[in-house]
Design a protein around this ligand. Structure first.
Ligand code: IMP
Ligand code: MG
Length: 183
């Protein structure tokens, strides 16, 4: 399949690099939770919509353990490249979090405000454990302390699109991750 790379974008992580890394992450997650899940317990994986939908789909298929899936939808960006501390919950959870081993799956951690808000929200619901997996950790602009348990790739800066990540709702479908070129 030829790779579609629109003008204005520079390829950063190829579909193959993403797939390889996600398989490694899935193995690590299965190993870690395999040691803590009791018989008849399953992992609850919570994906953050919309950005995490592709990473979530790949990651859960790489986790060889009993698990259940839920999604939450948050908005904190409102079509700009700057984050705000204001988090709006556009879709809430449908599953019980209390006493569950919960793994949150997000596309990217940037300022960290969205994830800090979400982890706090979930912690108040009394999970048995709470961990975080992100496809990309962009740490240069981090504003809060955020413990990330599983990181796909580390980047310093730049606005990234593809593999679920959007710029004003565009480019989510690109199979690789690209960097938006400054114009
Ligand atoms: P923050 O960590 O609170 O800044 O917010 C993280 C959210 O901002 C992510 O879930 C993305 O939706 C969005 N975001 C942050 N950096 C990028 C990027 O480089 N490309 C696309 N979306 C981004
Ligand atoms: Mg997001």
């Amino acid at each position: 399949m030829s790779s579609y790379s629109p003008p204005g974008l520079a390829p950063l992580f190829s579909p193959k690099a993403l797939a390889d890394r996600v398989l490694q992450m899935g193995d690590q997650i299965a190993k870690d939770y395999g040691a803590v899940l009791e018989p008849r317990e399953s992992l609850l994986v919570i994906g953050v919509l919309n950005g995490a939908f592709i990473f979530m789909a790949d990651l859960v298929r790489a986790i060889n353990l009993p698990l259940e899936i839920d999604f939450i939808r948050l908005s904190s960006y409102q079509d700009q490249t700057e984050s705000s501390a204001h988090v709006v919950m556009l879709k809430s959870l449908e599953m019980e979090v209390k006493n569950r081993h919960v793994l949150v799956v997000e596309d990217i951690a940037d300022y960290g405000l969205t994830l800090a808000w979400l982890l706090d929200f979930l912690r108040q619901k009394g999970p048995k454990s709470l961990k975080l997996a992100v496809a990309i950790n962009k740490n240069e602009r981090r504003k809060v302390n955020l413990a990330i348990d599983y990181v796909g790739f580390e980047v310093q800066e730049g606005f990234l699109v593809g593999y679920g990540l959007d710029y004003a709702q565009n480019y989510r479908h690109l199979p690789g991750v690209h960097k938006l070129k400054a114009n």
